[in-house]
Design a protein around this ligand. Structure first.
Ligand code: SF4
Ligand code: SF4
Length: 205
């Protein structure tokens, strides 16, 4: 799996949930389908007058979520920005060509007057597959976006008592002088964290 394949899978999902934060810091979520995919980024069209557009202009943070029929969750975390002014027409034309229903919504020159294309060329992508055994997760970056690791790790305070390994639902803890977690198979359930008698397990974030 890699970032490019994740984007391809999101393209197959089609309609994605976009989460933003409004001026009061409250979460807002919308479904967006007018998205053009490149190998290393996405471009999407929305109406200039929508609160969604205002939130993207003022804050810019967005999380995008897609879920495939194979139980794969793919989440992008990014800061969006409007596509370059002199490229708006180009991206609008590409997106309208791919989604012809938009011609009904914005005929003639109204698409440029009433709409805007945003781009995401730097993003963190989390891939989480619940349809395989053990589960599989991995994170990737588009552009220079930093990956923020989540979940748990076992520190050198581990006394190898074995309590965590017996209860791990994904059997993803390995024996050793210090036990270790196979991060790509970890559910982030926190059972090991709660069970450890010497608090040797820490949150990665
Ligand atoms: S968080 Fe859950 S799945 Fe991950 S290592 Fe601990 S017990 Fe196993
Ligand atoms: S429960 Fe804690 S001390 Fe025991 S093996 Fe697991 S990490 Fe190490």
């Amino acid at each position: 799996m890699d970032a490019k394949t994740c984007l391809k899978k999101l393209e197959y999902v089609g309609v994605l949930a976009f989460a933003t934060v409004d001026k009061e810091g409250a979460p807002q979520i919308r479904n967006i389908s007018a998205i053009h995919y490149e190998d290393n980024g996405i471009y999407f069209f929305t109406a200039k007058g929508k609160n969604f557009c205002r939130e993207l202009m003022e804050d810019g943070r967005v999380q995008i979520l897609g879920y495939t029929k194979f139980k794969e969750m793919i989440r992008l975390s990014a800061k969006v920005m409007p596509a370059a002014e002199n490229e708006q027409q180009k991206w609008i034309d590409i997106i309208f060509e791919e989604y012809p229903y938009l011609y009904n919504l914005y005929p003639d020159d109204t698409r440029l007057m009433g709409g805007i294309v945003f781009q995401i060329t730097e993003a963190e992508i989390e891939y989480f597959n619940l349809g395989v055994n053990p589960i599989f997760r991995e994170s990737y970056a588009i552009g220079n976006k930093e990956i923020k690791f989540k979940g748990f790790e076992i520190t050198d305070r581990c006394i190898a008592c074995g309590k965590c390994i017996k209860k791990c639902p994904q059997h993803c803890i390995n024996f050793g002088k210090c036990y270790t977690i196979e991060q790509e198979h970890c559910l982030h359930c926190g059972i090991c964290y709660d069970l450890c008698p010497v608090k040797a397990i820490e949150r990665r974030d």
